[in-house]
Design a protein around this ligand. Structure first.
Ligand SMILES: NC(=O)c1ccc[n+]([C@@H]2O[C@H](COP(=O)([O-])OP(=O)(O)OC[C@H]3O[C@@H](n4cnc5c(N)ncnc54)[C@H](OP(=O)(O)O)[C@@H]3O)[C@@H](O)[C@H]2O)c1
Length: 247
C-alpha cells in the first residue's frame, strides 16, 4: 500500500457502514481521507474514537442529492488539497418501494434514490476526474455498486428503483472508462465492487436476519486488493456474495 501513502482519498458516505470502515482502513494505511456525508458530525465523532492513525481523516458535509453541494465540496477540496488520487463512490440509499406505486411519497423516494445513487455518483466522478488530471500520479475511482447492479431479484418484495440506479452506475462507469482510454488518460482507472447483502444500517431490519450476509470489512478488503494492483491492471468489477446466498 506504500504507493498510496500520503495521497488524498475522497470517500463518500463515510459516516456509516462500508464508508466508515473504508475511511478508517485507508487512514490506518497512511492515506489521508476526506470523508463526505450529510452527517459530517458523525464522521467527526467516529474520528475521535479511532485513536492514532498514520493518515488523517477530514470530515466534510456534502449532500450527494444536491449537485451544488457536490460542486462546493470539490471546489473546497481543490483549494485545500490541490488534487486527489483515490475516489471511493460509496454513498447510497435503498428503500422498499414498488417502482409502479402511485403518490407523492413514492415519487419522492424514486427521485431521491436516483439523485443519490446515480446522479450524485456521476457528478462526484466528473469532479474527481477533473482534479485527478491535475496530478502526475496514477489515480483510481472505485464504485461500491451492488450485486443488484448485475441482476434484479425479488426477495419477497420489490427492490424498487434501487437496481436501476446500480445498473446505471455500471453503464456510466464503463462509458467513463472508455472515454478516458480514448482521450489517452490511462493513468486514471475506474473499478467497481458489487457486493451482495452487507450488515450495515441499510440492512438493520430484522427481515435481513434470514439471509447470509457480508461484513463491511469484506468490502474494504476487496478495495485494498484493487488498490494493490499495478497501474497496468484494471480490475473492472469484483462481484462478492455472502457464502450460502442463493439470491
Ligand atoms: N448494505 C447492503 O446490503 C449493501 C449491499 C450492496 C451494496 N451496498 C452499497 O454499499 C454502499 C454503502 O452502503 P451501506 O450498506 O454502508 O449503508 P449505510 O450504512 O446506510 O451508509 C450509507 C452512507 O451513505 C451516506 N449517504 C446517504 N445519502 C447521502 C446523501 N444524500 N449525501 C451524502 N451521503 C449520503 C450516508 O451518510 P449520511 O446519512 O450521513 O449522509 C452513509 O454514510 C451503498 O452504495 C449501498 O448501495 C450495500
Amino acid at each position: 500500500m506504500e504507493k498510496w501513502e500520503g495521497k488524498i482519498a475522497v470517500v463518500t458516505g463515510a459516516s456509516s457502514g462500508v464508508g466508515a470502515v473504508v475511511a478508517e482502513k485507508l487512514a490506518r494505511n497512511g492515506i489521508n481521507v476526506i470523508g463526505l456525508a450529510r452527517r459530517s458530525e458523525v464522521i467527526e465523532e467516529n474520528i475521535k474514537k479511532l485513536g492514532e492513525l498514520s493518515g488523517k481523516i477530514y470530515a466534510r458535509k456534502c449532500d450527494l442529492s444536491d449537485i451544488q453541494s457536490i460542486k462546493d465540496t470539490f471546489n473546497w477540496i481543490e483549494k485545500t488539497f490541490g488534487t486527489i488520487n483515490i475516489l471511493v463512490n460509496n454513498a447510497g440509499i435503498s428503500g422498499l418501494n414498488n417502482v409502479l406505486k402511485e403518490g407523492d411519497e413514492a415519487e419522492k423516494l424514486v427521485n431521491k434514490m436516483i439523485s443519490t445513487n446515480f446522479t450524485g455518483l456521476v457528478h462526484c466522478t466528473r469532479q474527481s476526474i477533473s482534479l485527478m488530471k491535475k496530478s502526475d500520479d496514477p489515480s483510481i475511482i472505485v464504485n461500491i455498486n451492488s450485486s443488484l447492479g448485475h441482476h434484479v431479484s425479488y426477495m419477497d418484495y420489490s427492490l424498487g428503483i434501487y437496481p436501476a440506479t446500480k445498473f446505471g452506475v455500471r453503464a456510466f462507469s464503463e462509458t467513463a472508462r472508455q472515454e478516458l482510454i480514448y482521450s489517452g488518460s490511462m493513468k486514471i482507472r475506474i473499478s467497481s465492487i458489487s457486493p451482495g447483502l452487507i450488515k450495515t444500517a441499510m440492512t438493520a431490519d430484522d427481515f435481513f436476519n434470514n439471509f447470509p450476509i457480508l461484513k463491511p470489512e469484506d468490502v474494504a478488503d476487496s478495495l485494498f486488493y484493487i488498490l494493490s494492483t499495478p497501474p497496468s491492471v484494471n480490475i473492472q468489477d469484483i462481484l462478492i456474495k455472502p457464502n450460502g446466498a442463493a439470491y
